[in-house]
Write a protein that binds this ligand. Structure first.
Ligand code: 5RP
Length: 222
């Protein structure tokens, strides 16, 4: 199976996963990226079975609206029963690196407001140790050089993601050559650098369920 077919398979499995939660007053948390896009497309025919969605990016919000799904501000909703999103890497503890699409901050905020996080990913994303994928860090623009120097002190090779401005008006630094032994500690340590908005480690709050697309079918990992 191709990677796209595996993404389609997990998007379909995610519909089955959340179907029991659907109710007319239900607002879903929806993530960002090509796997989340496939989930959004499969959600469209069910639009009358739930109230709407909170999106983790302008791109996902736009896609949801195009399908006739109402998009709510998170501040007007409070909590969502479930957040469905992809990942760039995920380990056996369902800790993740996210932010390849530069949406990490809003993704982390919506995930924080979710009762359950359902991660949808093809099996190329499953790793023993996080860090092969460069860890994204969102920074306020004036702090970029300072934060980069601090990331070097932590052992990373920081690279400014040229030409990318996040939905929050900030910039992204990607940390290369940065294998992570203690994701919870490193998430907190990077977030403590002045000027960092957030980093792409989702470790303190990882996923609750991983739907992993493999050649043998979709595995449901807890
Ligand atoms: C965007 C993300 C995505 O979830 C992550 O990049 C995975 O994307 P894809 O489903 O396209 O592989 O964190 O910021």
């Amino acid at each position: 199976m191709t990677q796209d077919e595996l993404k389609d398979a997990v998007a379909a499995a995610a519909i089955d996963e959340i179907r029991p939660l659907l109710a007319r007053n239900c607002v879903l948390g929806i993530g960002t990226g090509s796997t989340a896009d496939r989930f959004i497309d499969r959600l469209a025919p069910l639009r009358d079975d739930f109230q709407g969605a909170v999106a983790s990016s302008e791109a996902s919000a736009e896609r949801l609206r195009r399908h006739g799904i109402e998009v709510f501000e998170l501040n007007s909703i409070g909590t969502v029963p479930v957040y469905i999103d992809g990942a760039d890497e995920v380990n056996a503890h369902l800790q993740m690196i996210k932010g390849g699409g530069a949406a990490l901050t809003r993704e982390k905020v919506v995930a924080a407001c979710a009762e359950r996080f359902v991660c949808i990913a093809d099996d190329s994303k499953k790793v023993e140790r996080l860090g092969e994928f460069p860890l994204p860090v969102e920074v306020i623009p004036m702090a970029r050089s300072y934060v980069a120097r601090e990331l070097v002190r932590l052992g990373a090779e920081p690279v400014y993601r040229q030409g990318v401005v996040t939905d929050n008006g900030n910039e992204i630094i990607d940390c290369y050559e940065f294998m992570i032994d203690d994701p919870v500690a490193m998430e907190a340590r990077i977030n403590a650098i002045v000027g960092v908005v957030t980093n792409g480690l989702f470790a303190a709050r990882g996923a609750d369920v991983l739907l992993l697309g493999t050649a043998d079918g979709v595995q449901r990992l807890l």
